[in-house]
Design a binder for this molecule. Structure first.
Ligand SMILES: Nc1ncnc2c1ncn2[C@@H]1O[C@H](COP(=O)(O)OP(=O)(O)OP(=O)(O)O)[C@@H](O)[C@H]1O
Ligand SMILES: [Mg+2]
Length: 229
């Protein structure tokens, strides 16, 4: 059945906060293993879309299916197969990076050895015992990436994943969250060239609405620039 190959299916999906619409009438399909890049100005609805896909926000309109399961009803069934990297690191600031990751490893039933593997992969082994509160923003972002990929999720939801990373760190985390990661990915970006690179499908949001949805190779720089005008 073709449907089983779809990692994400949205039909007329919407979400509001009180009276304000944060996302209106989004319809899209993303096949398993593919990457969707989401562009849009501040407040366009990108984070709202990702949080909805992450089962953190329930849709107020339309249908949302993630990894073959309808949300919000089957959220419990897919939560453990999703890795969400949001604007917030979702780390306990008084705990160290290693303690945080060991906590999440227990939660996900992941072997402790995997914690050391991801710490090394994000270049944080040497500072892994410092409280998160004492780390730089880029270091916290590296740990947040380690947390998001710890359980080798089938679906990665990445909200501006390279924020606060230096160029070397961005290159270092590419095997974990980049196009070679094997997961289905939804990535928000404000960087047209960087965002389109490694993406299969591109979505433009503006004021809660879809302005374009097309194969990444067909999107022109002018269309992205228009979003921000
Ligand atoms: N918790 C909330 N309560 C009320 N309104 C919210 C909340 N979160 C988001 N919004 C509103 O929803 C709209 C979409 O916000 P969202 O965070 O999805 O934008 P975004 O595209 O991720 O922007 P940015 O590029 O700044 O991250 C905005 O008008 C925002 O003010
Ligand atoms: Mg956002």
């Amino acid at each position: 059945m073709a449907d089983t190959d779809l990692a994400i299916e949205l039909r007329g999906a919407g979400r509001r906060y009180g009276e304000r619409a944060a996302l209106r009438d989004v319809t899209l399909e993303l096949e398993a293993g593919r990457t969707l890049v989401v562009f849009g100005p501040n407040g366009a609805g990108k984070t709202t879309l990702l949080r909805m896909l992450a089962t953190l926000l329930r849709p107020h309109a339309g249908e949302v299916r993630v990894l073959g399961r309808p949300l919000p009803d089957d959220g419990y069934a897919v939560r453990g197969r999703i890795g969400f990297l949001g604007h917030e690191a979702m780390l306990y600031r008084e705990l160290s990076g290693r303690e945080n990751l060991r906590f999440y490893a227990r939660l996900y039933g992941v072997a402790p050895a995997r914690v050391e593997e991801v710490l090394a992969a994000v270049g944080m082994s040497a500072r892994a015992d410092d409280p998160v509160a004492e780390l730089s923003r880029g270091m916290v972002q590296r740990l947040a990436i380690a947390r998001a990929v710890l359980h080798e999720p089938a679906l990665l939801l990445l909200d501006e994943p390279l924020a606060n990373l230096d160029p070397a760190a961005a290159a270092q985390v590419a095997p974990l969250i980049g196009a070679g990661s094997h997961a289905t990915r939804v990535v928000t970006s404000h960087d047209p060239a960087g965002g389109l690179r490694g993406a299969d499908l591109a979505l433009g949001l503006k004021a809660a609405r879809v302005t374009f949805l097309a194969p990444a190779g067909e999107i022109r720089a002018a269309q992205i620039a228009e979003l921000y005008s």
